[in-house]
Design a protein. Structure first.
Length: 393
């Protein structure tokens, strides 16, 4: 196995403005072509043999498809997209009212790119109501003992007293709810969770734990583990990317200066474990020469995080991270983006949802396929380069 040297990485080409425009317009066209099949239904979390099948609004991933619709609407102003987004926001309101699959921290993934985005773009009362209800539901998962939002499962489950790194992207829903309602409870919980998460999921070498457990009786930190990475001591690529973007979001909302070196450390670890083409394998343990699948979604998520954090850094640092993000996206656009409708109805190939190994408990699905968050964050990263984008998160 081998990884690219940082000096070599910096010599890689950046995506140009013309290439960004071509790629984002192509992505929007693909989203529009998908509307007949995916307006009253949602895209499944991952494709099978390159193609998404329709699914009901039940999984933790459906908000990403609606987010793609809103990004394409922002770009094009096409009323077909607005109508589809409105239909889907009504589905999300029904979902929270009926409590379908809401026992999860992923309410932010569900409601920020769908209903918060729709409200910001159109003033939708349906979107606002649904997102505030989701934020209120998310508060119920907060544990005072340990100061964190529990990731999965019933709150009294003895083996689930834990957070996972992904949750950093669920917290903007809470910040938005405080901004919208004036109720500080949402923000207070978000800030406590961010502090707890970053104090525990970041290892001394700036690699990251996927999940971290706490003592149910005392709230004291207990141990880190992985469910989705290769092994407990490795760095799951998507988790490391969540760490990049999540730390940037943490800084955006708290302005804690101590988060800047965390962001830089987590990002450098990610960059030092990239293969030659800059799109990571599913776990950063692997590099060129390993017979393992890629996870292209991780490259897009990391690029979004770098572009977000660049807003708050000194000019030299900002230029560096913007340049790296452009290099990652250049590779994704050139080598991973779907170019032919007969190949896939998604946007980006070669992602990995859940890959089983000798050392983890994962199911094996969505391996070397499109996945819905990979498509969404690819579109978001392009939008960030297309204009000064008002983020949904």
């Amino acid at each position: 196995m081998s990884w690219i040297a940082l000096e070599t990485l910096e010599q890689k080409p950046e995506i140009t403005g013309v290439e960004v425009e071509r790629a984002i317009q192509d992505a929007a066209s693909r989203i529009i072509r998908n509307l007949p099949k995916f307006t009253y239904k949602f895209q499944k979390a991952y494709s099978e043999k390159g193609f998404y099948e329709p699914t009901d609004n039940e999984d933790w991933t459906t908000g990403f498809w609606t987010g793609e619709i809103w990004l394409a609407y922002e770009l094009t102003g096409d009323e077909r997209l607005k109508k589809a987004g409105e239909i889907q926001m009504k589905s999300f309101l029904d979902r929270i009212d009926q409590r379908i699959g809401v026992e999860t921290h992923d309410l932010g993934f569900l409601y920020s790119p769908s209903c918060v985005a729709g409200y910001k773009l159109t003033g939708s009362k349906v979107g606002r109501e649904a997102a505030i209800k989701a934020a209120t539901e998310l508060l119920t998962r907060f544990h005072e003992k340990g100061q964190f939002i529990q990731a999965w499962g019933p709150l009294d489950a003895p083996d689930n007293y834990r957070l996972i790194i992904d949750c950093l992207l669920n917290l903007p829903l809470l910040y938005w709810a405080t901004e919208e309602t004036g109720d500080t409870r949402y923000r207070d919980v978000a800030e406590q969770h961010i502090h707890t998460a970053l104090a525990n999921v970041i290892r001394p070498d700036y690699s990251t734990w996927h999940t971290f457990f706490f003592n149910r009786e005392t709230g004291e930190p207990d141990h880190g583990a992985t469910c989705q990475g290769y092994r407990d001591g490795s760095a799951w690529a998507r988790g490391q990317a969540w760490g990049i973007y999540g730390t940037a979001i943490g800084y955006k909302y708290t302005r804690r200066e101590s988060y800047i070196p965390i962001f830089k450390g987590v990002t450098e670890y990610f960059l030092r474990h990239l293969p030659e083409d800059l799109v990571p394998f599913w776990d950063l343990e692997f590099g060129d020469g390993d017979d393992q699948p890629r996870d292209s979604s991780s490259a897009s998520i990391a690029a979004c995080g770098m572009l977000e954090m660049a807003k708050y850094l000194e000019p030299e640092d900002a230029a560096y991270y913007i340049g790296i993000a452009k290099k990652l996206l250049k590779s994704v656009v050139d080598h991973y983006a779907v170019k032919d409708d007969s190949q896939s109805n998604g946007l980006v190939l070669h992602s990995t949802y859940s890959n089983h190994s000798l050392y983890n408990t994962c199911n094996h699905y969505g391996v070397d396929e499109c996945n819905i968050w990979g498509d969404y964050f690819y579109m978001e990263a392009l939008m960030r380069l297309h204009k000064d984008w008002a983020v949904y998160w």
